[in-house]
Design a protein around this ligand. Structure first.
Ligand code: ZN
Length: 149
């Protein structure tokens, strides 16, 4: 359990099998569709934002275990946060996955999301892990579609 790689595997499998906040919010205030053509990941993120807070967030779609688990964990971590905090998490998650943010040394608000830091050593999976965050960013910016290509 103390081996971060083992914990990472467990969390990915668990969230892939039982994704949290799966579905679509209707009505919603923000919505976006994200595609990663390289892997075939296809997700939709919908949000209810009120008073500057992410009151509800859900995702649906299909794709590999990493994109599904990343989406699931994203919804868990972003729900109840301010829009500003959500944007900070988006930026920090991207930097971590690109290897520009070291969760052990640099300040961050990623919490358990640091489990994904190993993805930086798996270049073909980077877009899978980042897709839900890119889609969330588009939704918050009022854009409808995002592609990792
Ligand atoms: Zn994928």
């Amino acid at each position: 359990m103390t081996d971060p790689r083992e914990l990472y595997q467990q969390v990915i499998l668990e969230h892939n099998k039982k994704p949290r906040n799966f579905g679509k919010l209707d009505p919603c205030t923000h919505h976006a569709h994200g595609l990663n053509p390289l892997c075939g990941d296809d997700i939709e993120v919908s949000l209810v934002v009120a008073d500057g807070l992410v009151q509800e967030v859900r995702f649906q779609g299909h794709g590999c275990a990493i994109s599904q688990a990343s989406s699931s964990l994203m919804t868990v971590n972003v729900k109840g946060k301010t829009v500003e905090e959500a944007e900070t998490m988006i930026a920090q998650f991207r930097e971590m996955i690109r290897g520009n943010l070291d969760p052990a040394a640099d300040p961050h608000i990623l919490g358990r999301l640091t489990l994904f830091q190993g993805v930086k050593d798996l270049p073909s999976r980077v877009k899978c892990a980042v897709l839900p965050w890119a889609t969330l960013h588009s939704a918050l910016q009022g854009e409808e579609t995002v592609s990792t290509e």
